[in-house]
Design a protein around this ligand. Structure first.
Ligand code: ADP
Length: 277
């Protein structure tokens, strides 16, 4: 009799605990949703005035003759652009968290895209007076035209190549691309971004792909950044059915490897289409 009563009590208590857990889970999901919504709204609200600042800064730049004033206005432009990049990262991160980031599909030339990323990032090299060789190596098998979300592919490459340049004082930053074609024009692209930079200590590698984690706050202050670039890149890679990993040695540098499952474009009409646009 006593044993039955004990069993009943312990089952009641388990049911109560399970109900409490259910409520706590529901509350956590709701609070996560609200957080993502809040981040998305804030990002949007902040972007509008920043774009106004940028617009008027560009207008003012045209009429300025005093070199000191030119320096001030150029700094305002640079800082506004940095803020816009941070806000963009926060917006992307909140979209990813909310499962609301969807991929587009378009035809693009991967070699041209990588050359363009290098071109854009090399401006930083000139201003920071760094001596780094920028190298690209493409597999001969790489199809000229690819179908995928070129904006997001560009974003991943800009993050990784940008970091490689940011954390390298001298030597080289090399981007290698190879590929494996399968049936139905399916294409697995393999990227390696190899730098001769400051490297990442082994015990810090685990934290790299976690939100807001920067390896070293003193380097962060020195180099700037949100600590979201790698998190976003990892999510984007995974959304394209790929994987990302890193190996690093502070005395040699770092290598980031990632894969993407996209499609080779066999349609000449579409290729021409994309060229004309
Ligand atoms: P951030 O915007 O701060 O660069 P990331 O997510 O892109 O954010 O990178 C997180 C941190 O990982 C960086 O702050 C840096 O400490 C480290 N890191 C990333 N890439 C490299 C690299 N190529 N070499 C050395 N450290 C790196």
């Amino acid at each position: 009799e006593q044993a039955t009563e004990d069993l009943r009590r312990s089952m009641d208590s388990m049911e109560e605990k399970s109900a409490q857990l259910h409520i706590a889970n529901r509350e956590a999901t709701e609070s996560n949703r609200l957080k993502s919504q809040f981040l998305a709204n804030i990002s949007h609200e902040v972007r509008t005035p920043l774009n106004a600042i940028l617009g008027y800064t560009k207008t003012l730049q045209k009429g300025i003759k005093d070199p000191q004033h030119k320096l001030y206005i150029d700094t305002i432009e640079q800082s506004t652009n940095s803020l816009l990049a941070i806000i963009g990262d926060i917006l992307d991160f909140s979209k990813i968290e909310a499962g609301k980031l969807s991929l587009e599909s378009n035809h693009f030339n991967l070699r041209a895209l990588i050359d363009d990323v290098y071109q854009t990032l090399s401006i930083n090299l000139l201003t920071k007076e760094k001596q780094i060789d920028l190298v690209t190596e493409f597999d001969a098998q790489l199809p000229e035209w690819i179908i995928g979300d070129s904006t997001r592919v560009r974003q991943i490459l800009t993050n990784l190549i940008g970091n490689a340049i940011k954390f390298t004082h001298q030597g080289s930053v090399k981007t290698k691309v190879s590929c494996q074609t399968q049936s139905d024009n399916k294409l697995t692209l393999l990227f390696q971004i190899i730098d001769t930079g400051i490297g990442i200590p082994e015990h810090k590698i685990d934290r790299l792909f976690k939100p807001f984690s920067q390896v070293d706050t003193s380097t962060t202050r020195q180099f700037g950044g949100t600590g979201l670039g790698l998190v976003i890149s990892k999510k984007l890679v995974e959304q394209m059915q790929g994987k990302i990993e890193v190996s690093s040695d502070p005395s040699i540098g770092s290598t980031f490897r990632f894969s993407l499952c996209l499609q080779a474009s066999g349609n000449l009409m579409n290729q021409k289409d994309s060229l004309d646009r």
